[in-house]
Design a protein around this ligand. Structure first.
Ligand SMILES: [Zn+2]
Length: 194
């Protein structure tokens, strides 16, 4: 039935799908790195995403949530995939509001006291998640847990709810362009998101 899913398998899938790349990359911060994550390469592959979703659903099960919420855009597919392994759960998404927060649109409703899990592709600072936590609370719901495929945080997160992440990624180097060793070697720079 279900196959092993551990850190080793997670890295294999990330590499195989192209969601984890090695090279010379321009980050959105303007800094350079020799590694890059593009989790859309993973979530575009239902077959490869399935073991992650199943493993994350198992991790979230003890929290007894009724609803899974994905922050748009990156969280929509992972939230859906996780919810598909949790019988009876609903799956919603929250999206950017005019005020700069996150809001439920499209007629999505959270009932008072409804137990919610937020599921993201990757968590770095947790700012999107924090905005969704706010939207859930404003609707009267309770966020029991935050699930993520990858935890890339480097400091305290901007939400207080427990985080269940399948893979912890640390120590990915990045440099100012002036100090980048790959620039010095003349390796062509790529912008992987464009
Ligand atoms: Zn460089």
């Amino acid at each position: 039935m279900s196959h092993r899913f551990d850190d080793e398998r997670a890295w294999e899938i990330l590499s195989e799908s192209g969601a984890y790349m090695k090279g010379h990359f321009l980050l959105t911060t303007g800094r350079h790195s020799d590694q890059f994550f593009l989790l859309a390469r993973l979530t575009e592959r239902p077959d490869l995403l399935r073991p992650w979703a199943e493993a994350l659903a198992a991790r979230l099960k003890p929290y007894g949530v009724r609803t899974v919420v994905g922050p748009a855009v990156g969280g929509i597919i992972p939230a859906y995939a996780v919810a598909s392994f949790a019988a009876g759960t609903r799956v919603l998404f929250a999206e950017k509001s005019e005020s700069g927060g996150m809001a439920f649109k499209r007629g999505f409703r959270i009932e008072p006291g409804e137990a919610v899990a937020i599921v993201e592709d990757a968590v770095t600072t947790g700012s999107s998640v924090a905005k969704v936590v706010h939207a859930v609370k404003a609707a009267g719901g309770t966020v029991r847990v935050v699930g993520a495929l990858v935890d890339r945080s480097q400091g305290p997160l901007r939400f207080e709810e427990p985080l269940e992440a399948l893979l912890r990624v640390e120590n990915i180097p990045n440099w100012d362009s002036q100090e980048c060793p790959l620039c010095r070697e003349g390796v062509p720079l790529t912008k992987p998101k464009s």
